[in-house]
Design a protein around this ligand. Structure first.
Ligand code: ADP
Length: 467
């Protein structure tokens, strides 16, 4: 059972971890796929927007403006930098119109406004009549010449398209001769998506929520099952312990009974009245012992709802003194019993039979678990009658303190063998005190001793005695 339940628990935890890892992986993958698909979609939409004739015509116009400036450059009227500036300015002057068209296109194609676009000239080359070429804009330049759109840093965006455009232009040079130049120009389109992760997260929030709830549900289910399993295991252990203990308790009286009946039925006893009487007395004693054992199991197993109290007005000063007197009579000389009992006239409304049973149970335990100095105190506080019983016995470990009031609970193997019992005493005490609407608690240190504290409300049962 032990190995089986451990394997089951370990198996469930491993399965849970594997399931969570897989779910995490799948969710992460979905997130990534969605990001890619969003980027591809946006790119297609941008493609559709920039291909519309009115957007395309803008590009044509600034290119023409630029081409017109080439003769001035060739004739030495403007520098290379000024030529590039001409291209930039020609595009720049059309940018507001471009942005307006782009916005309309974006609305039409349902492109997310957080997707930015820009067009740059990444290279520009002039090829002259004599076959020589001249690089105006060099391809490898880190910051290509911005033309249209939103001017974000190039390394923050994705390159989504690029194409070459060649134009053949004749012009009159300084020597009044017609000269030809071929302009090769490379335009690149970039896209930048602001907060892409956030956009996708918002799209998938429903999925994440379901995944999270499912995870919480599975964790709760597994922990609930493990708790149940441990509970069942505990009940099964307790049952086994109880059967072992009760069998052990029954063995002695049954063996004695068997010997006594054998003796009684032997010829020797039939002829000897003295022997017969001893045997009959033994049978009676063992019979009472067995009866007590059975009564103990039946009575001590009662829950507090089943305990029918016969309430009386009791002066606990006298009552606890009487219990202490009776208890002292049972003690051997090696045990020191102390009492500190408050002298009060305040009456408690209790069932004296049950309360004395509870106190005697705790006193007997104090001796059973190796107490040599035992002390009972009684006092009244603002709200309670308080009885405490302390001993210097073996004590109770931290982990067991909350468990000892459970039905059939006994502490660890070593204790079980050294100290007889059924694990019902404290359970019964707790039920008795609960029936009086009070509480029982324990303070203890292992190897140092224990202090049990019973509190019964001052006003418990009062209403039954006021006329
Ligand atoms: P039992 O005495 O029959 O075992 P109880 O219900 O009276 O059952 O006590 C439950 C367990 O609590 C005991 O088995 C023992 O381990 C622990 N216990 C109770 N009283 C004391 C005490 N005074 N000192 C140390 N351990 C105690």
């Amino acid at each position: 059972m032990k190995i089986k339940s451990r394997t089951l628990i370990a198996g469930s935890i491993i399965a849970l971890i594997a399931l969570t890892t897989m779910q995490g992986y799948l969710t992460f993958n979905t997130f990534d796929l969605r990001k890619n698909s969003f980027a591809v979609n946006s790119r297609t939409k941008i493609g559709s927007i920039v291909k519309t004739p009115y957007v395309d015509s803008l590009s044509w116009h600034y290119r023409m403006d630029f081409v017109k400036k080439i003769p001035e450059y060739r004739n030495g009227e403007i520098t290379k930098e000024e030529l590039i500036l001409e291209l930039e300015n020609a595009a720049k002057s059309r940018n507001p119109t471009f942005k307006k068209y782009f916005k309309e296109g974006a609305e039409h194609f349902k492109l997310d406004p957080r997707v930015l676009f820009k067009k740059v000239a990444s290279s520009l080359e002039l090829t002259h009549e004599d076959g020589t070429t001249e690089q105006i804009i060099i391809e490898s330049d880190k910051s290509p010449t911005f033309l249209l759109g939103t001017d974000f840093p190039t390394d923050e965006g994705y390159l989504i398209n690029a194409w070459n455009w060649t134009f053949d232009e004749d012009f009159i040079n300084n020597n009044n001769q017609t000269e030809n130049v071929i302009i090769t120009y490379r335009a690149s389109l970039y896209m930048k998506i602001i907060d892409l992760d956030w956009i996708i997260f918002n799209q998938l929030i429903g999925l994440f929520l379901i995944a999270f709830l499912l995870f919480v549900f599975v964790v709760l289910l597994v922990s609930y099952s493990i708790r149940n399993l441990l509970k069942l295991k505990h009940i099964s252990d307790v049952k086994t312990d109880f059967i072992n203990n009760i069998t052990h308790e029954l063995k002695t009286p049954l063996a004695t009974l068997s010997i006594a009946t054998k003796t009684l039925s032997s010829k020797f006893a039939q002829d000897n009245k003295e022997i017969a009487k001893v045997s009959i007395d033994t049978i009676n004693r063992q019979n009472v012992r067995l009866q007590n054992l059975i009564d103990q199991v039946v009575d001590n197993s009662l829950g507090y709802n089943d305990i029918k109290l016969n309430l009386e007005q009791v002066n606990l000063t006298d009552f606890t003194n009487e219990i202490c007197d009776d208890f002292s009579l049972t003690l051997t000389n090696d045990i020191q019993f102390l009492r500190s009992i408050e002298n009060t006239q305040t009456l408690a409304h209790i069932d004296p039979f049950y309360i004395s049973t509870a106190i005697i149970n705790i006193l007997n335990n104090a001796i059973k678990f190796d107490g040599t100095v035992i002390k009972l105190t009684y006092k009244i506080t603002d709200l309670y009658h308080v009885v405490t019983i302390s001993d210097n016995g073996i004590g109770i470990s931290k982990k067991n303190k909350s468990l000892i009031f459970g039905k059939f609970y006994r502490i660890n193997e070593q204790n079980k063998h050294s100290y007889k019992g059924l694990g019902l005493g404290l359970y019964y005490c707790n039920q008795i005190i609960k029936a009086h609407h009070g509480t029982i608690s324990v303070k203890s240190e292992e190897h140092e001793g224990s202090t049990f504290c019973i509190k019964i409300p001052l006003n418990h049962g009062k209403e039954n005695f006021t006329s």
